[in-house]
Design a protein around this ligand. Structure first.
Ligand code: UGA
Length: 477
């Protein structure tokens, strides 16, 4: 099928590349000429596994880049809108980009078109798109509007797109639904997964993915409610972690105990410094605003946001209590991205913590496997960058872990301990076992677990670890 994808941001770019991989002819439209030139030139603007392969595979064949929206609409049967919906000052989503795309589409309708809303938008957006297109003179029989929210996560975007938990289609007309179903047929029929050049299957994939068909309003609500629920799960466990800390319980054990209830499940129960990124903070606020508009005071969502913000403040208090005064202290920081596996620093709790510590007069040397370049673009002077975790730790008064990169969970603890001026590690992502850290000579603070100290380690554990280290010739945890 001929498909236009409007907006080459995270969702648009990944969707466009994946649709091409499913066998469709795709035109990716953007009004940023520099971005288009870079994409045509083979550059990949985001750090995402398998995306460079897919772009290389299809660029110039099944995947074209263009600034001409109307031309792309004329050439396509389905037009996906994947433009940004940034928050306004009031917390609701700014839909002006969506509206202007809808207006522009109208003038290029030259046969039956399905317009598919892919960005995360509030309920009623599909209805508004329809209304705007009609208002601008389109024949009501010449188009339909569907909602097809995207559930991909950054860092695993391509795999999430091609191996989704479910494909959600919101449409109010069978002919429109048939078009969107056809686009995803290689996934829902399972034929894509039999191809030798298919992107490798991740753990836990549901093959073939189920398709869920709803009204457009339900689909729009499903996306907002899903993100709000996931954010609530994180805030809930962060609140439980706070209680664990004050009573001396261990949040890891508590999570295991809660998560084994199949109705709750173990995933998304990792306490830490709070959620960030371009979706959860914005979507929780936008859903809150939708509820307000509908006359429902969804205060639970205020609390989700409040707990999330408190979590950063709580972490800062932990740093202060570990180091006493902060002015002039030298800190090593591991992680700047809002989560592991991405170079995205939008609403990153790690960046917010680094900014607060710099303001308090700390000197910081940071390392992140992917996000240092982006950080450099937005951070004023005062922050130094290192080439490795060990370089960041070198000579520091303490080391902070702020992003859950896998690399940070597998450090050579003996080497790390040697690099630090004082062996103090404050872990905002619970990547290590407190007893193991203490046995390696660290004073170790984490979230929802008691601090551990080298003097508190049982002699038997110390001997066991020493033995293991000698045997392996390494001191990894
Ligand atoms: C999120 C959703 O997971 C996707 O399903 C959705 O499609 C996407 O938003 C979107 O609306 O576009 P993403 O923002 O990429 O995806 O990141 P997540 O993996 O959900 O993580 C969000 C934040 O929560 C990160 O800061 C992460 O560190 C934090 N987190 C996650 C925790 O603190 N604890 C957890 O247990 C899980």
């Amino acid at each position: 099928m001929h498909i236009a994808v409007v907006g080459s941001g995270y969702v648009g770019l990944v969707a466009g590349a994946c649709f091409a991989d499913l066998g469709h002819d795709v035109i990716l439209v953007d009004n940023d000429e520099r971005k288009l030139a870079a994409l045509k030139d083979g550059q990949v603007p985001i750090h995402e596994n398998f995306l460079p392969e897919l772009l290389n595979r299809h660029r110039g064949h099944r995947l074209e880049f263009s600034a001409d929206l109307q031309e792309a609409v004329r050439a396509s049967s389905a037009i996906f809108i994947a433009v940004g919906t940034p928050p306004t000052d009031r917390g609701d989503a700014d839909l002006s980009y969506v509206e202007s795309v809808a207006r522009e589409i109208t003038g290029a309708i030259n046969g039956y078109k399905v317009i598919v809303e892919k960005s995360t938008v509030p309920v009623y957006t599909s209805e508004w798109i329809r209304r705007i297109i009609l208002r601008n003179g389109a024949d009501p029989e010449s188009f339909d509007v569907a909602s097809n929210p995207e559930f991909l996560r950054e860092g695993t975007a391509v795999t999430d797109f091609l191996f989704p938990d479910r494909i959600l289609i919101g449409c109010n007309h069978p002919r429109c639904c048939a078009v969107v179903r056809e686009i995803y047929l290689p996934l829902t029929s399972g034929s894509y997964y039999q191809r030798t050049d298919a992107i490798p299957q991740p753990d836990r994939a549901t093959i073939p993915p189920p398709i869920i068909v709803t009204s457009t309003k339900s689909a729009e609500l499903i996306k907002h409610a899903s993100n709000a629920f996931l954010a609530m799960k994180i805030s809930f466990i962060n609140a439980v972690a706070t209680i664990c800390e004050s009573v001396g319980a261990d949040v890891t054990q508590v999570c295991h105990g809660i998560g084994t209830d199949t109705r709750i499940g173990p995933r998304f129960l990792n306490p830490g410094i709070g959620y960030g990124g371009s979706c959860f903070p914005k979507d929780v606020m936008a859903f809150r605003a939708v509820a307000r508009e509908c006359g429902y005071d969804f205060r639970l969502l205020d609390e989700v946001t409040r707990i999330n913000e408190d979590q950063r403040e709580r972490f800062l208090r932990k740093v202060r209590s570990a180091l006493w005064t902060l002015r002039g202290k030298h800190l090593g920081v591991l992680g700047l991205a809002f989560k592991g596996g991405t170079d995205d620093i939008r609403e990153s709790p790690a960046i917010l913590i680094v900014q607060a510590l710099l303001q308090e007069g700390c000197k910081i040397t940071a390392y992140d496997p992917a996000a240092m370049e982006r950080t450099q673009e937005i951070m004023a002077s005062g922050l130094k960058f290192a080439n490795s975790a060990y370089e960041a730790a070198h000579g520091a008064d303490a080391l902070l872990i702020l992003t859950e990169w896998e690399e940070f969970a597998n450090l050579d603890l003996h080497r790390l301990q040697q690099e630090l001026k004082y062996p103090i590690l404050i872990d905002g992502r619970n990547l290590y076992d407190p007893e193991v850290m203490a046995a390696h000579g660290f004073t170790y603070y984490s979230v929802g677990r008691s601090a551990s100290h080298p003097d508190g380690v049982p002699a038997a554990l110390k001997a066991e670890l020493k033995q293991a280290a000698l045997k392996n010739g390494a001191n990894k945890a």
